[in-house]
Design a protein around this ligand. Sequence first.
Ligand code: ADP
Length: 185
Amino acid sequence: MRIVFIGPPGAGKGTQAERLVMTYGMAHLSTGDMLRAARDGRTEVGVKADKYMSSGALVPDDIIVAIIAERLEQPDCRQGYLLDGFPRTIAQAEALDAMLSAKKTPLDVVLELKVPEEELFRRLAGRGRADDNPDVIRQRLVAYRKQTEPLLDYYGKRELLKSIEGLGTIEEIFERAKAVLDEVG
Ligand code: ADP
């Protein structure tokens, strides 16, 4: 299965993504993890990306699209993958569509994890990552609303979108996600 996992910062995508890839044997492609690894390794891309990440802004599309294009060529992606944190803008979604149609490997589903904004703020403020201070959190939520939420409509029109509620226990949410993927796959 080829899946896009969408949700605001703090929705719990990372936690659910880890469980889903274990269960279904897919590659986990987290752009946040890739960027943090690049930043910590002080690669050229990592140093450039850090400026955006630490202010809560999105990294420019060309950087992130190049990272994903290279990652999708790795052999572990042949058995399917879960894209976690990508695409985050319409331009990224269009670039992904172009890559996937060239490979003749369309997406199977776009899974949205829905969580109310007050709850996101509470969760992020309690997490303590470097970009989890209140001003940066606010910026990340604004970026989500402005740049990423339009993707719900984009994928809704293509009849790929399935949404689940992200409130409840980790196990409950996981069961909801599995129900969607079992229906699709
Ligand atoms: P969260 O969803 O909790 O905000 P992520 O770990 O997915 O965190 O991403 C952290 C940061 O990395 C983002 O705030 C952004 O700066 C950058 N980033 C991750 N994925 C993308 C992407 N697809 N496009 C642009 N920037 C991205």
